[in-house]
Design a binder for this molecule. Structure first.
Ligand code: SF4
Ligand code: SF4
Length: 66
């Protein structure tokens, strides 16, 4: 079973970059002041259990989706 992967709710994202700072894999960059996840780099996408970006976001703009 694949682990859940993070998805950014664009409408809630303020571009504060806290998720990017929390991401050990350096998988998150700001594009037009919104967080964008590079799934090639994301640990969760590759089956590792990571939710650092979800926990870091003060706006709850990142959710894990199955
Ligand atoms: S789940 Fe982990 S590796 Fe993937 S984007 Fe979030 S913090 Fe980075
Ligand atoms: S921490 Fe949340 S609000 Fe801030 S850039 Fe990341 S997704 Fe957007």
């Amino acid at each position: 079973m694949r682990s859940a992967i993070p998805a950014v709710e664009q409408k809630l994202c303020t571009g504060c970059e806290q998720c990017a700072e929390a991401c050990e894999a350096k998988a998150i960059k700001m594009v037009s002041e919104k967080a964008r996840i590079d799934y090639e780099k994301c640990y969760s996408y590759h089956g590792r259990n990571c939710r650092a970006c979800v926990d870091a976001c003060p706006r709850s703009a990142i959710v894990l989706v199955e």
